[in-house]
Design a protein around this ligand. Structure first.
Ligand code: ADP
Ligand code: MG
Length: 311
């Protein structure tokens, strides 16, 4: 294959008939119109040796994370989770217990949402464990938070953690750390979402755009900028400690900032609002024009496109 992931998706989109009513490809979830609620749908694959490795993930961790990454996309649209569909392709090397542990982990992650698994599919796999999750959610009609709503003058906020899961992956892959109690390893294996804090913010303020950080703060904020036709300035000198434990853990500032700006895997929410929002960290502002800029010691530096590339 020669196309990048995003080029491929855009090519697929261009081959399809348009949908005049519902909103399809291009945001964290599809929005299927209804009344009084629109239905949100998102789907994600987790593939062995691409998204997880069996030598450091327990099956319960895989189940846990499969739930979180999908729930995160529902939250990013401002929705409440309705339920999940879980499909698995199981290689011969797995035991019955492995699969039951996977579901135990999924159940644990699902608990705060007060919902259940509503269906799925089961098949064998010639090699590798594959998981496909679909999450369904709902949002008051017309109120889904899109990537396209940011306006010049809005403030950019973060709710959640940044850089910790990516640093945890670095510890697992490059440093051979296997201590499950290490906070960064834990952040990688079992990322934390903040559904209650987020609901409070949505109820208290007008949010103009939102996305969850799966590929990196700058990469995912970049999607908001592209879809909204605006630019942003991010204040690098802001105190990041409320959203990341990396700086206070003795990691060199440049390295920590690299993970905070570029690391995916934490599923923090990046959102914009015209208002001064309590309970989230303000990191910069939306400006006219295009492009993402870091403001450091008063200097304005253009950020080139970053983020995790699948191929
Ligand atoms: P996220 O990181 O939020 O899960 P993705 O980057 O995976 O989002 O997907 C971006 C958009 O492209 C979503 O709207 C998704 O539904 C759509 N998409 C991804 N892959 C395909 C595909 N193979 N066919 C159709 N739509 C796709
Ligand atoms: Mg997303």
């Amino acid at each position: 294959m020669t196309l990048s992931e995003f080029q491929l998706i855009s090519k697929i989109k261009s081959l399809l008939p348009a949908d005049a009513c519902n909103q399809g490809i291009g945001d964290d979830c599809a929005v299927i119109k209804g009344s009084p609620y629109d239905t949100l749908v998102t789907t994600d694959i987790l593939a062995e040796d691409v998204h997880f490795k069996l030598d450091y993930y327990s099956f319960a961790d895989i189940g846990y994370k499969s739930c979180i990454v999908n729930a995160s996309d529902i939250l990013a649209m401002g929705g409440e989770v309705t339920g999940f569909f879980v499909s698995i392709a199981v290689p011969k090397k797995l035991t019955d217990e492995n699969i039951l542990d996977f579901y135990a982990g999924f159940k644990e992650a699902m608990e705060p949402f007060g919902v259940t698994i509503l269906g799925g599919d089961t098949t064998s796999s010639p090699s590798g464990f594959f998981i496909s999750i679909t999450a369904v959610g709902r949002v008051t009609s017309g109120k889904a938070l899109l990537r396209s709503g940011a306006k010049p003058g809005d403030t950019v906020y973060v709710l959640g953690r940044l850089g910790e899961g990516a640093y945890g992956l670095h510890l697992l892959l490059d440093k051979g750390v296997r201590d499950r109690n290490n906070v960064f390893v834990q952040a990688h294996l079992r990322p934390r979402l903040f559904p209650n804090e987020w609901r409070k913010i949505r109820e208290g303020y007008t949010i103009t755009a939102a996305i969850d950080v799966s590929d990196g703060l700058f990469a995912d904020l970049g999607h908001i900028l592209e879809e909204s036709g605006v630019g942003a300035e991010i204040d690098i000198d802001v105190d990041w400690t409320p959203v990341s434990g990396l700086l206070s853990a003795g990691i060199a500032t440049d390295e920590a900032l690299g993970y905070i700006q570029g690391g995916g895997e934490d599923y923090a929410l990046v959102f914009t609002s015209r208002e001064r929002v309590d309970g989230a960290l303000a990191i910069g502002r939306i400006v006219k024009g295009e492009g993402l800029y870091r403001i450091a010691s008063g200097e304005r530096i253009r950020v080139e496109k970053t983020g995790y590339k699948h191929f």
